[in-house]
Design a protein. Structure first.
Length: 132
């Protein structure tokens, strides 16, 4: 596996902590829903959502990190919690279409604790627009 000096998806960011606090206090918005998380990183929000949701799909752009996640300890979480992990580079319509084909029911919620650069936000918006 290549060394990835971009630690973006390998840390729990303050935004994720705040999102998880909000979701845990308002869990009724998750009940029975289908959720896709954009930029899931280590997957904490997806694991929380799985307690309440019918379906949870985690996405991240870092292919090496997703592969490592599937080979190591998070495999147990994915199996235990019935989570799905997919590669998604925001704005990549081919990857989004592939995810939507694998998960043909519409997603009720698109979650993320991300978006701090203008260009990234443009790609993020394009991804959300494609999903909906």
């Amino acid at each position: 596996m290549a060394v990835d000096y971009d630690l973006t998806g390998q840390l729990v960011w303050a935004g994720a902590v705040l999102l998880n606090i909000y979701l845990s206090k308002n869990a009724e918005i998750l009940d029975g829903r289908s959720v896709i998380e954009l930029g899931s990183g280590v997957g904490n929000t997806g694991i929380l959502c799985n307690e309440f949701c019918q379906e949870v799909v985690l996405t991240d752009h870092n292919k090496e990190f997703l592969e490592a996640r599937s080979k190591h300890h998070l495999t147990n979480f994915l199996l235990l919690f019935s989570l799905t992990a997919e590669k998604l580079e925001w704005g990549n319509s081919v990857e989004i279409s592939g995810i939507l084909q694998k998960h043909p029911g519409a997603f009720d919620l698109v979650l993320g604790d991300i978006g701090n650069e203008k260009e990234i936000c443009r790609r993020l918006k394009a991804s959300v627009n494609h999903i909906y």
